[in-house]
Write a protein that binds this ligand. Structure first.
Ligand code: SF4
Length: 336
């Protein structure tokens, strides 16, 4: 699908089947085409009627004394990483070949371009669900096999769990779970279920990908007429769909940048380059920290750029710092 245009909502990001998602950029596919405030309270008495607060801009008078008429106030600059522009430029240079697995096999490349828009969007969401903790190559193979069986909401709902599990194998966590012994949420290692920490909340019980896919497909059929919802809150409400998948789905399937899609690659690299004001412990916290300073117009580019960089150079283990153009600018290079 060829991207039709990216529109920004709320704060923003990811790739688009509508887009080159991990960078809803030039290639972003637009599947959506065709249809679809500080006032302080001084009283110590109990608050009976909360008052709306107004956000005050921090500004300074112009040098030279009194602020004259027509003088624009100087807004205090927000925090940003000192070398991020040069670091980003270097990463773009290292990624100029667009030859990382994500560039050819990412979820945004796995849908059937000849399918109706609604079906393409469903396929985008499904590929994103399959891609969790799974290599792009494995996800692409599974999508190919599923498409050969006709990949629609109806076909998935009519398929028995065993057949679906066989078609998506060896995608991570394809196997039906042994509730409540395994956790998808807590696992750190691909394709290996781990026992839940004792006392883990029931809401974190594992649901295998087969079950998540079936449950989500049923919801899409019942509530959305077989289409996928067009908002992040509705997407993350679907079984097995997290914030990263939701922002990517918005970009790829709907051509809308809703936020920065942060996966383990983006989380790791942002930490190494100190692109967050404070160290963050989860991709979701990294997303929030990045969105505080990264210009919105770059949100759609970051995912694809950093994922590929993480696949080829800034590897999780033994990153190739000697070959990295950022080695002189990277706070983590010395220690690796
Ligand atoms: S110097 Fe090493 S750790 Fe830093 S960005 Fe480059 S590859 Fe990653």
């Amino acid at each position: 699908m060829k991207a039709v245009g990216v529109r920004m909502v709320t704060r923003s990001r990811s790739r688009g089947p509508v887009a080159g998602p991990r960078g809803v950029g030039e290639d972003a596919v637009r599947l959506r085409m065709g249809e679809a405030a500080a006032e302080g309270r001084k009283s110590c008495s109990p608050v009976k009627h909360p008052q709306k607060t107004q956000r005050l801009k921090v500004a300074y008078e112009a040098p030279g004394g009194e602020k004259g008429e027509g003088t624009e106030p100087l807004v205090a600059p927000g925090w940003e990483p000192p070398d991020w522009r040069k670091q980003l430029e270097n990463i773009r240079a290292m990624r100029s070949g667009r030859d990382a697995p994500v560039d050819q096999l990412g979820a945004e490349h796995c849908y059937d371009p000849s399918a109706p828009p609604k079906v393409r969007r469903y396929q985008v969401l499904l590929s994103l669900m399959l891609s969790s903790q799974t290599k792009d190559q494995v996800t692409a193979g599974a999508m190919q096999r599923l498409r050969a069986h006709g990949l629609t909401v109806d076909s998935i709902l009519q398929m028995d769990d065993s057949t679906l599990g066989t078609l998506i194998y060896p995608v991570g966590f394809w196997r039906a779970a042994h509730p409540p012994a395994y956790s998808f949420v807590y696992s750190q290692r691909p394709r290996r279920a781990q026992a839940l920490p004792s006392g883990a909340p029931a809401g974190h019980r594992v649901q295998s990908k087969v079950k998540y896919i079936k449950q989500t497909s049923a919801i899409l059929q019942q509530r959305y007429g077989g289409d996928i919802p067009a908002s992040v809150p509705e997407l993350v409400a679907l079984p097995g769909v997290g914030p990263k998948m939701a922002h990517l789905a918005m970009a790829v399937a709907w051509g809308t940048v809703s936020g920065i899609a942060v996966d383990t690659h983006v989380h790791r690299i942002a930490g190494r380059l100190k692109w967050t004001k404070k160290a963050t412990k989860s991709p979701e916290k990294t997303r929030t920290a990045l969105e505080e300073w990264l210009p919105r117009e770059l949100w759609s580019e970051i995912n694809g750029l950093l994922v590929g960089f993480g696949q080829q150079t800034c590897l999780p283990v033994r990153p190739r710092c000697q070959a990295c153009l950022n080695r002189a600018l990277c706070p983590a290079a010395q220690g690796l």
